[in-house]
Design a binder for this molecule. Sequence first.
Ligand SMILES: Nc1ncnc2c1ncn2[C@@H]1O[C@H](COP(=O)(O)OP(=O)(O)OP(=O)(O)O)[C@@H](O)[C@H]1O
Ligand SMILES: O=P(O)(O)OC[C@H]1O[C@H](OP(=O)(O)OP(=O)(O)O)[C@H](O)[C@@H]1O
Ligand SMILES: O=C(O)c1cccnc1
Length: 476
Amino acid sequence: MPISSNHWGLYTDFYELTMAQGYFYCGKKDDTTTFNYFFRTNPYQGGFTVFAGLHDFLKLLLEYTFNETDIAFLEEQGFNKEFLEYLRTFKFSGNIISANEGEIMFPGEPVLQIEGNIIECQLIESMLLNILNFESLVATKAFRTKLVANGKVFSDFGLRRAQGLGAIHGSRAAKIGGAASTSNVLAGKLFDIPLSGTQAHSWIQSFDTELEAFRAFARTHPEDTILLVDTYDSLMSGIPNAITVAKELEKEGNQMQAIRLDSGDLAYLSKKARKMLDDAKLEYVKILASNQLNEYVVKSLIKDQNAPIDGFGIGTELITGKSDAALDGVYKLVEINGRPKMKLSENIEKVTLPCKKQVYRCFGDDGTFYRDAILVADENPEEAEFIFHPVYPERKTQITHLHKEPLLNTVVKAGEIIREQKGTDEIHQYLSKRSELLPEEHKRFISPHIYKVGISQKLMETRDALTKQLLKKSSV
Ligand SMILES: Nc1ncnc2c1ncn2[C@@H]1O[C@H](COP(=O)(O)OP(=O)(O)OP(=O)(O)O)[C@@H](O)[C@H]1O
Ligand SMILES: O=P(O)(O)OC[C@H]1O[C@H](OP(=O)(O)OP(=O)(O)O)[C@H](O)[C@@H]1O
Ligand SMILES: O=C(O)c1cccnc1
């Protein structure tokens, strides 16, 4: 982590600590609770979300403790001595079941479920949301790009444009979603992501001529020469100079790797560049492109305009998850001391589902993802006959005959991580495999088909009974 600490207790919102102290003094500190993490909408008006950030969250969860300076700081903020003594030895001791990192998930379904005492579950809320919402947002953006890149690679160039230190985890998420490499050296070291890079305009500008700059770069990097050709004029100067240097490299037995286009009409320029390179018998020299790219431009260049571009560098839009500022993931209390709990809202979309749960992915006859079923945790999935639309119960699907797979598996037991987390490469491979099972209509960018997530009869009845009780109480 860039902020050096082995104690992450303060990585939380103030109100979590205020509530924790309140629970402590209200005699609730040993109440057992269950919370669910879920999101309400897919980002980018898309049809799915890639779940990412689990590894980073679990790592910090183990270090979610308070050291002496944290305790002293909280004392200055007015927290009570007895409560601070409690925090001094605090360590998360609960259980977590979670979807795999890299899983394709949908709105409304629990992605992760945490059980523990009320204080520990409450304190970690903000850190959990901070990590999972951001990484899932960026991983989803990256995977959308991968889906339309037609096998062409793209590298994360986002460090300079990211929201501060978020870049470190953004680069990790970009790799999970499909970036082949990153320019972000610290993220590369921390998360074992291959590094890649070219050079900036400053390199070219620092020499008297472009040709001199290209030659100097080729001399110092003969085996991996990539030349940025747009500093002065791509067609009139940059590409001809790159060809001259490629020929000089050939004489020394080396092959120039690529040129990089960074402005202008990338389809037009890449076609011209390809022809110029091919005419010079430099078919092996690849063409890379950058400049405010996103999944729509990549799709247009590759699929609609047949641009002969071999790879992309993508910065701003990838690392910031443009045009969505955040994934709207939330963390809600669903059970306390064995009693189901829910949140009512005038806005039906914001009503939460009570109870400990399990999510089952139901597969169609062709083996693809067909429906997700949210069941109460102790329900036998083979006995659940139908699942119902959470808002319009008259819309139901029979699931008896469908193959089902539970999505939430134990990752933390009594405060210990019991499932080894995978590396970014393996997570991406898992995502790719799962994506093959997601029907195409959920992947399209414009008006994707909505993947259906239903709730079991038992869950619906529990929710409806609880709603009645709560409405009765609130009208007294
Ligand atoms: N053929 C193309 N089809 C669709 N979009 C393209 C195409 N070529 C370039 N773009 C995109 O159009 C935008 C062009 O932006 P802009 O006008 O700022 O670039 P520029 O003026 O060429 O470069 P800069 O301002 O960086 O010098 C970029 O987002 C780029 O990715
Ligand atoms: O466009 P992005 O997707 O964010 O990709 C990263 C950009 O960062 C670099 O530009 P730099 O910061 O040097 O400025 P430039 O736009 O003038 O090239 C690079 O040349 C890309 O254009
Ligand atoms: O290596 C590059 O070409 C690079 C890295 C970061 C941002 N823009 C370009």
